[in-house]
Design a protein around this ligand. Structure first.
Ligand code: SF4
Length: 366
């Protein structure tokens, strides 16, 4: 096996290109009419059956744009795949590389081994940190054991770490807006020296013990609800006059775009299916936004979790997908709907994303 340099030599590349086209033409684009899922077939999957096919009128299916994979997820998966090619299996991945069982199982089949603790990684084995980021203690443990590390932390998560460190260096008390226990939050809390206070709600802000004249700063988890976070930031600004922070800019482009798209989708459909994992923060936020708009909304991993009664009276079904859900699973859901009756698929116009992140130097082509 080729050798990797010792940590912390792996470099986190800056965004290679960060530009997005504005909204596409206002006409609805009709998606290619496929009778089956190429991706699902390639993966050896057929549509997930949900019951006897019964005659009913054609269902309209509208896909949100954008949906599914973001640049950070694409990069993280590519890091594992390239590491497997370059160094040979097994490679060890700390935590799910991204929150999606289909993705994790696909990488397992290629030779990746997923662990929760570095103590499970054998001496000298190639080790990959997940897209969510890790605490400094994990980086130090890997360095202490001289594990060859590739860091798949999303550059937008690293940006939040760096921003938090800068605020603390300015002598401010740092407040992290995020969900307790989420791996990204654990990583961010563990990256910043000095006290960091976690708040999850406006009630948490009201209960803060920090005195109002303290210089404070805040950063946020990248996958929060834009609307909820605005409320929490407003509550912080009411309580602290010496406060700085990024407003909602730490909520990443992919999260914001997918939330806008599902909000738009909610104007056109009777039910919303969000394809994503139960432990995927951004997928849960998409389901909540659909529900808050008054549309019955369900988070499903794939077509096998679709309950026919959710859609039996629906004329128009909206589908979106969280940032860690591959398109093959959206196609699986559509194929499952096809077992219930005729389906016409179209895609809402929406933002086109052209963001890519550089791979670590060791894995970059060339
Ligand atoms: S959701 Fe955003 S922060 Fe998370 S991996 Fe994707 S681009 Fe990065």
């Amino acid at each position: 096996m080729a050798s990797l340099p010792m940590p912390p030599a792996v470099e986190m590349g800056p965004p290679r290109a960060v530009h997005e086209q504005s909204r596409a033409a206002a006409t609805t684009e009709v998606a290619p009419t496929r009778t089956g899922s190429e991706g699902a077939r390639a993966a050896g999957r057929g549509p997930s059956p949900v019951g006897e096919k019964q005659p009913r009128r054609a269902m309209k299916v509208i896909l949100a744009q954008p949906r599914g994979f973001c640049a950070g997820v694409v990069r993280a998966i590519e890091i594992v795949e390239r590491a497997l090619e370059k160094y040979g299996p097994p490679v060890y991945v700390r935590h799910e590389i991204v929150h999606n069982k289909f993705v994790v199982d696909s990488l397992k089949a290629k030779g990746a081994i997923f662990v929760e603790e570095l103590s499970e990684v054998p001496q000298g084995a190639v080790t990959i940190f997940s897209a969510h980021g890790v605490a400094k203690s994990v980086v130090n443990e890997a360095a202490g054991r001289r594990l060859p590390v590739l860091d798949a932390t999303c550059p937008l998560v690293t940006k939040v770490h760096n921003q938090g460190k800068r605020y603390v260096a300015q002598g401010r008390v740092l407040i992290l807006v995020g969900h307790a226990g989420h791996p990204e939050v654990e990583g961010t809390l563990g990256q910043i020296d000095g006290p960091v206070v976690l708040v999850q709600s406006e009630q948490d802000v009201a209960a803060l013990k920090i005195s109002p004249d303290t210089p404070v700063a805040y950063v946020t988890q990248t996958t929060l609800s834009v609307d909820d976070t605005r409320g929490i930031i407003a509550a912080l600004e009411r309580r602290y006059h010496n406060i700085v922070g990024p407003e909602i800019r730490d909520i990443c482009y992919a999260t914001q775009n997918r939330q806008s798209a599902v909000r738009e989708l909610s104007h056109h459909v009777d039910v919303i299916l969000v394809v994503g994992a139960k432990n995927s923060s951004n997928s849960n936020r998409l389901r909540e936004i659909g529900a808050e708009a008054g549309i019955p909304s369900y988070l499903i991993a794939d077509g096998s979790e679709l309950a026919p009664e959710w859609v039996k009276d629906a004329n128009t079904i909206g589908i979106t997908a969280g940032a860690s859900a591959p398109e093959v699973l959206v196609e699986d859901v559509i194929d499952t709907l096809r077992t219930l009756g005729e389906v016409e698929v179209s895609t809402l116009p929406g933002r086109q994303e052209h963001i890519e992140f550089r791979l670590p130097r060791e894995l970059a082509a060339g």
